[in-house]
Design a protein around this ligand. Sequence first.
Ligand SMILES: Cc1ncc(COP(=O)(O)O)c(C=O)c1O
Length: 394
Amino acid sequence: MERISELEKRYVLDALNNSFETSKNSIYNNKLESAFAETFHTKYAIGHCNGTATLHVALMACGVGLGDEVIVPALTMSSTSIPVVLCGAIPVFADSDIDTFEISAESIEKCITDKTKAIITVSLYGLAPDYDRILELCKKHNLYLIEDNAECYFGTYKGKLVGEFGDFASFSFQASKHLTCGEGGMLTTNSEELADKARRLNCLGYAGVSAKQGKITRNDIQDPNYSRHVSFGYNYRMSELQAACALGQLERAEELVQKRIEVAEIFAEAVEEQDLLKPQAEPEGYKNSYWTYCLVLNTDHPEVDWYRFRDLFQKNGGDGYYAAWKLSYNEPAYHDILQPMDGVWQKYDETCCPNAEYLQKRMIQLKTNYWDLEEAKKQAEILKKTIVEFEATK
Ligand SMILES: Cc1ncc(COP(=O)(O)O)c(C=O)c1O
């Protein structure tokens, strides 16, 4: 199977062969947005240049501003919280569930104050957080819920697709994601009011755009008396080339996601009878879409053992794998710039999010984007061999 097939190439070539005539009418953007909305059972889908811009727009459309607090997981890529800071708001970091690695509802509850305006959940590594409990909290405290699903396509929670829970749901088409067009993002919502606001924020505050209309008409812009900007906004639109490629990927989404799940199943079998590596739990009623296959190294000395295991794995022919990102609040920007700011009441130390601290130091993220399952099986055998050798040399 090809990551990028003839279909995507045909759509991209079509956009090119038309000398961007398609751009004037947003043909591929319109097709992608309608198909995306239908696939994810939502009324509105708005294309963006990436899946960080989507979160920025979603926060602003929800009215998040100066001094507001937004609860985010500590264990995630920092694109989840950077847009909060860019809104002048304060990210408040919630801890992870030790088994699923997802943002913990119990920890979210402890983070809520009278300044909390929204929660951003992340379907980390392809698995949903506990939405029943999180939605209960949103309802009780009147909070917006924004889903960051950059790493999750077609994951489900109690029969519903990830993307069906929040006021907004954000997706990414960055190169490592299930579906890609190199860089790109999609923001979905069922609220026409929020979609109208999001579209204007994504599109320079243009008067002529709306929930379903991503372009102003030529007639309007040719008029010398046309007032374009009714508000202020970013220029975060998706290009036609991105949209053409993403449309092809969306049409192949099931096979692309299924392949990652099959790879994850191969790794799961390889780690069945050992306790050195603990895989991400998939509770009943959840379906993981496996952006990566994640394991936690069961050791008291991760500072040595994480490197030792990786070196052994690679020596045995294993592909390089990723660690989890540093917890966002341990990044210099947060520690050095954000921590001393007024209103930041959390102390960014080891006690802030103990489960996330434990997991981050020990995380092994195996890639699932093997388009040839034989290659994945080879990697799984190498993993098994590495576990035995690692245990023997403890
Ligand atoms: C959880 C999470 N959120 C947001 C993003 C940002 O997406 P993008 O790279 O499209 O801006 C990523 C990854 O890139 C991510 O993993």
